[in-house]
Design a binder for this molecule. Structure first.
Ligand SMILES: Nc1ncnc2c1ncn2[C@@H]1O[C@H](COP(=O)(O)OP(=O)(O)OP(=O)(O)O)[C@@H](O)[C@H]1O
Ligand SMILES: [Mg+2]
Length: 457
């Protein structure tokens, strides 16, 4: 498998290499062409200056002088008359020169004319200038430069180009190496982290090195790992608590069943033990029901079917249903709902919420106290409160009471028979219908649970 850093490096290398080749070729051509143009210009201007001298003082001596001067340079001169016969030359005229001299010339402008510019195929590049002296002597000054020298110059230039290209490629390779490493390092870190996650090791740390998309991805993986870690811890704690909750009633059942089986018991004792066994199995049944319901709520198939209901009617029927239990405990239950409020909610789930909260009010209040159900409309919202005058909840427990299996005092709850599941179910049921639930409480004075649904509910 090609590593991502290699792939990335390869892509960058190929793109930069292509870009560099094209720009180098362009630059190379441009430099060479301008170099040749420079050479031709300098040939022309040398020819022009010879012409100026000839036009001023045309004589044998001047001609010799020009030829002598050029014989000491890397350029050559051939001076011909109008008919093309050679008058003087700085070097023996060879076939390469002759080929140029035999060319038919067009009108030669004053600033000179290039007669041979192709440096690759010919032995010389050359220019020509025409002159007319005071004594009507007319002719041409041909200037030559050997293409071998130009080639030498260009091969020198090519060497520089090659050196620059190799240096650039090397530099590029080093940069690409570090760049691709730097870019892929966070990815590799994330890959390792997700591999660990898939193996069930959730305590991973993914460093967030940047504030770009890669940084965001690292942050998401870290949040996912934290969440999974939290869920794992919660699940373990939950399982431990559940097994404890299951074991307690089972221990009672087994213990009392053993005693009840004894032959020497009288009927009264036996029936009291059987009653305990019955109570405990009911408690076990209730726990399993709540657990089953909680599991059902976590499934995606768990939905609420909302309908428009008359809140007053719904609350009245709930009030009627639970009133006997309150009266039994010598408690009062009031319902304050004056307005005829219409709401869009799932009546069965709503009843479940209310029954749970009222069950708590009943369980955690003493005799001769009043519990009130209040429904109010505020701008945009409808709130329902259950206010009791019970034992209240300590401040430090309030943030946890909606957690699964959380009970304020384990012993207190054991007497009254709670599991600490009711409020977590209530919270989920409220939120699934788009509402919120909050609580205020003071010890020995009472507790108030408030559910708020948006007005358009
Ligand atoms: N109205 C209340 N007054 C005082 N304490 C309360 C009240 N409602 C809840 N609590 C405290 O919050 C804890 C959690 O309540 P929750 O309804 O979740 O569990 P539970 O009533 O103990 O058991 P379950 O509802 O599962 O039978 C309770 O154990 C109790 O200590
Ligand atoms: Mg409860």
């Amino acid at each position: 498998m090609l590593k991502i850093s290699m792939k990335l490096g390869l892509y960058i290398f190929v793109s930069i290499f292509l870009l560099e080749t094209v720009s180098m070729l362009y630059l190379h051509n441009h430099v060479i062409n301008s170099r040749i143009d420079q050479e031709l210009d300098s040939l022309k201007s040398r020819g022009n200056s010879h012409r100026d001298v000839l036009e001023l003082t045309y004589s044998e001596a001047t001609l010799e002088h020009i030829a002598l001067m050029e014989s000491h340079t890397d350029t050559d001169v051939v001076i011909t008359n109008k008919a093309g016969d050679i008058i003087v030359s700085s070097e023996n005229v060879n076939p390469g020169m002759k080929k140029i001299l035999h060319k038919v010339l067009p009108q030669v402008p004053r600033k000179g004319l290039i007669v041979q510019s192709s440096w690759k195929d010919e032995r010389y590049i050359a220019t020509v200038t025409s002159f007319t002296s005071e004594h009507s002597k007319e002719g041409y000054v041909y200037m030559f430069k050997k293409t071998r020298e130009v080639e030498l110059l260009i091969s020198q230039l090519n060497k520089h180009f090659l050196f620059a290209t190799v240096l650039l490629l090397l530099f590029m390779l080093i940069i690409i190496y570090f760049l691709s490493k730097a870019l892929t390092r966070p990815l590799i870190g994330m890959k390792e982290a997700t591999t660990k996650l898939s193996e069930g090791n959730f305590s991973v740390t993914v460093p967030v090195r940047s504030h770009d998309e890669l940084g965001e991805l690292a942050q998401s993986i870290q949040s996912l790992a934290n969440e999974l870690n939290y869920l794992k811890k919660e699940r373990n704690e939950f399982l431990a608590s559940i097994s404890h909750e299951l074991r307690t009633p089972l221990t009672y059942i087994k213990g009392y069943a053993d005693i009840a089986r004894r032959k020497d018991l009288d009927e009264f004792e036996r029936s009291s033990y059987v009653a305990i066994i019955h109570d405990e199995s009911q408690r076990l049944n209730r726990l399993l029901d709540e657990l089953f319901y909680m599991a059902k709520m976590d499934l995606p198939t768990f939905t609420v079917s909302k309908e428009t209901v008359r809140l007053t009617t719904l609350l009245q029927s709930i009030h009627e249903k639970v009133l006997p239990a309150f009266t039994n405990k010598r408690m009062q239950l009031h319902l304050e709902c004056t307005e005829d409020l219409l709401m869009n909610l799932d009546p069965a789930r709503f009843e479940q919420i209310m029954l749970n909260l009222l069950d708590n009010a009943l369980k955690y209040s003493n005799e001769n106290t009043v519990t009130t159900i209040k429904a109010n409309r505020a701008p945009g919202t409808i709130s329902i409160s259950i206010i009791d005058q019970g034992m209240g909840i300590p401040d430090e427990d309030i943030p946890h009471i909606f957690d699964r299996l959380y009970r304020v005092e384990k012993s207190r709850a054991r007497d009254t028979g709670g599991f600490g599941l009711g409020l977590s179910i209530v919270k989920q049921l409220v939120e699934i219908q788009g509402g919120t639930i909050s609580v205020t409480s003071s010890l020995d004075q009472g507790t108030c649970f408030t559910i708020i649904f948006k007005g358009d509910n």
